[in-house]
Write a protein that binds this ligand. Structure first.
Ligand SMILES: NC(=O)c1ccc[n+]([C@@H]2O[C@H](COP(=O)([O-])OP(=O)(O)OC[C@H]3O[C@@H](n4cnc5c(N)ncnc54)[C@H](O)[C@@H]3O)[C@@H](O)[C@H]2O)c1
Length: 430
């Protein structure tokens, strides 16, 4: 591969997988003046992007349309044109199977597709989250299947993505990226490519260290959130306000980071990556019991919360079965439209299993699919709110008018501490 410098006209970057990770990267490369080829197997997504409509909140339609117009970005489902790219970045999903095990099928499919068109001098960078060793033991042999040698005929690097969808202060361009290479030359070329996009690079000595670092970052969050979720349950049983406990502990200027309780942990990363870590640890004969237990604690939160709602209603002389419950917020976190692994949806399922009439409202989501049904979002007006037995504030989207909600809701179960400033008579806190 010839070396990439900012604005170098001939450099062409291929991005495979145009989701939350790949699309922002492809757009950034286009904005920086590179010739970008975006590949996604999902024809609906390709059609949506080609019509100028972005499904990722961090990518504006305006930027996408401008790049389509100038021809800086082209989007398709076929791999053949990757042959002309200098760099190919893999951003395909690495989810879990139905058996809760790492699912590398998309990654293997993508790498085989790239191997079929791989040519001398190309740099392949894997950004998808994987267990330590996967870049070298799975990706490399698939790319070498045609006889080309990694580090000599083509170059291979791993650079885990740290994107935090919806985060306005830490984005792709101001969050340093870890980069590791199969060889020093691979590392050098990958560093150059990210630096040319204006991204700070932190080089890491081995591929496995970079792979493990990504799992550490996310498993760390899963374990700490599980701890605070467990602490919330203990505090509730002992009649101590967990939110005030966290605020008090947070005054310590060192050695403490705040985590908050909630309905569980969602998204494509944290709950999934923690399983990638613990499965890999078990496969290596060292069970990661803490991470495994954290998963159990976080996954059990919807059941715990359904139990709490039952207690709350009982204290008002009502039973859970047959009650009207409105859940506010079904995405996995605030201010984004991503429903993947959303714990609020698990809470809705649990409440329905227990016989509640559950409805939901979310400004970002018009419909959700449950095990055997689809549920449309309600129209959030005074009539809807007043007839509820309990309103559950599950995700604190900043668009909610909390004062209005307070005025009309008979009872609010606040999982977010968003109602802290209101008189507490009709508010119950997690
Ligand atoms: N979403 C995040 O916040 C985030 C953050 C850091 C890391 N990651 C990791 O990045 C990777 C991608 O995650 P994402 O959130 O962008 O996933 P995503 O599901 O949003 O996007 C992946 C895209 O890849 C496409 N795809 C699947 N198989 C393909 C193939 N063989 N060829 C071409 N396209 C294919 C899918 O259609 C989809 O559009 C995962 O490993 C994830 O763990 C995600």
């Amino acid at each position: 591969m010839h070396e990439i410098s900012h604005g170098q006209e001939s450099a062409k970057i291929g991005v495979v997988g145009l989701g939350y990770v790949g699309l922002p990267l492809a757009i950034l490369a286009g904005i920086k003046g590179y010739d970008v080829l975006g590949i996604d197997l999902d024809k609906k997504k390709v059609a949506s992007l080609l019509s100028g409509s972005s499904y990722v909140s961090d990518v504006s339609d305006q930027d996408l349309q401008a790049l389509l117009c100038t021809g800086n970005i082209r989007i398709q489902s076929e791999y053949s044109e990757l042959l002309s790219c200098d760099v190919i970045v893999i951003c395909v999903p690495t989810p879990l199977t139905a058996e809760n095990k790492p699912d590398y099928s998309s990654l293997i499919g993508a790498v085989k597709g790239i191997a079929a068109v791989l040519r001398q001098g190309q740099l392949v960078i894997l950004e998808s989250t994987v267990a330590p060793g996967v870049t070298e033991s799975t990706v490399l042999p698939l790319l070498e299947a045609g006889g080309q040698i990694g580090g000599k005929d083509f170059f291979l690097a791993y650079s885990p993505e740290r994107i935090d969808p919806g985060n306005k202060s830490c984005g792709l361009q101001n969050t340093a990226k870890l980069v590791a290479g199969l060889t020093d030359r691979c590392l050098f070329l990958a560093q150059q490519m990210y630096q040319a996009l204006g991204i700070e690079v932190i080089s890491v000595r081995t591929l496995a260290i970079a792979e493990m670092a990504k799992l550490l970052e996310n498993t760390y969050r899963d374990i700490n959130i599980a701890f605070i979720n467990e602490l919330a349950q203990v505090c509730h049983a002992c009649e101590i306000n967990i939110w005030e406990v966290i605020d008090a502990a947070a005054t310590k200027p060192f050695g403490f980071q705040m985590f908050y309780p909630g309905p569980g942990v969602g998204g494509h990363c944290i709950p999934v990556d923690s399983v990638y870590y613990s499965c890999w640890a078990r496969a290596n004969g060292v069970p990661a019991k803490l991470a495994e237990h954290a998963r159990l604690v976080n996954d059990a939160m919807p059941k715990y919360l359904a139990g709490r709602i039952s207690e709350i209603l009982q204290s008002k002389g009502k039973s859970l079965a047959g009650s009207n419950i409105l859940v506010l917020g079904v995405t996995y976190k605030q201010n984004i439209a991503d429903l993947r692994e959303s714990p609020s949806i698990e809470l809705i399922k649990e409440l329905r299993r227990r016989g509640c009439n559950v409805s939901f409202y979310d400004p970002y989501v018009s419909e959700i699919s449950l095990s055997s049904a689809r549920l449309e979002r309600v129209y959030l007006d005074e009539q809807t709110v007043v007839r509820q037995d309990c309103v559950v504030l599950a995700v604190a989207h900043s668009t909610y008018n909390l004062a209005w909600l307070y005025d009309f809701s008979p009872l609010i179960f606040d999982l977010t501490n968003g109602m802290a400033k209101f008189p507490q008579e009709k508010i119950i806190k997690l």
